[in-house]
Design a binder for this molecule. Structure first.
Ligand SMILES: Cc1cc2nc3c(=O)[nH]c(=O)nc-3n(C[C@H](O)[C@H](O)[C@H](O)COP(=O)(O)O)c2cc1C
Length: 213
């Protein structure tokens, strides 16, 4: 299935429902139709791009390298897309407008996403809302309700409404990358001083499948 199928399905449903010049709502957006019942879509869905024409940027922050690993996994799976990988630590002001689609990824520390990612979202919120958007976080929180809360709080609430896919991708404890305080905290909380890897590959697969739908 290619990335325009959602648009096609909405066109069929809305084409039947719409009346001349009427506004009507989908589950996410308000659409305006012209007099021939052709729906007018938000900018990011106006062009019927083929998967292979879609320019996707995966924009991320990572402290110990795990989010970066997940980014590499995503890039491998997004075979049809032209994928650019952007580390916000190295490139602080990427031009969002040169991409059709954006995937954002950040890790969670003490319940919060990185300040760099928060700043980036705030500065680019209007542009991000025009893109095909997907959001993920990396973290080691074991409780699924808390995972959902961490994911929800990681990005501005407004952006979640625009995301076609999101996921809590799991994470890793890499003791050799931690500083003294982090090591002490994790030893006490996780009751281990050994590296742990819990990247959820099945969630990453689902995330990509939803994104490409
Ligand atoms: C000091 C410390 C605090 C952490 N706090 C949280 C947390 O509140 N919630 C969570 O889900 N994961 C937490 N984690 C786990 C990290 O999110 C996890 O190690 C992640 O894989 C790090 O990704 P990164 O290397 O890309 O920064 C914490 C890890 C450390 C070392």
């Amino acid at each position: 299935m290619n990335c325009t199928s959602y648009v096609d399905r909405m066109a069929t449903v809305n084409g039947k429902l719409a009346r001349n010049g009427a506004f009507f709502m989908s589950n996410r957006k308000i659409f305006l139709t012209n007099r021939w019942f052709t729906p007018v879509y938000p900018a990011y869905k106006q062009e019927k791009l083929k998967q292979e024409d879609m320019k996707t940027a995966i924009i991320f922050t990572s402290k110990h390298g795990t989010t970066e690993k997940v980014v590499q996994m995503l890039a491998k799976r997004l075979t049809g897309n032209q994928v650019s990988i952007i580390d916000l630590k190295k490139e602080q002001h990427p031009n969002v407008d040169s991409y059709d689609a954006i995937i954002l990824g950040t890790s969670i520390y003490a319940g919060a996403s990185s300040k760099t990612m928060q700043r980036f979202c705030k500065e680019n919120i209007e542009s991000l809302k025009q893109k095909r958007l997907a959001l993920f976080v990396c973290g080691m929180e074991p409780d699924s309700a808390k995972q959902r809360r961490e994911l929800a709080n990681a990005y501005p609430p407004e952006l979640h409404g625009y995301a076609v896919s999101n996921c809590f991708a799991g994470g890793e404890f890499l003791f050799e990358k931690m500083n003294f305080f982090e090591r002490a905290i994790i030893k006490r909380i996780a009751k281990t001083d050994k590296n742990v890897s819990q990247i959820k590959e099945d969630e990453v697969d689902r995330f990509v499948a939803e994104y490409e739908l």
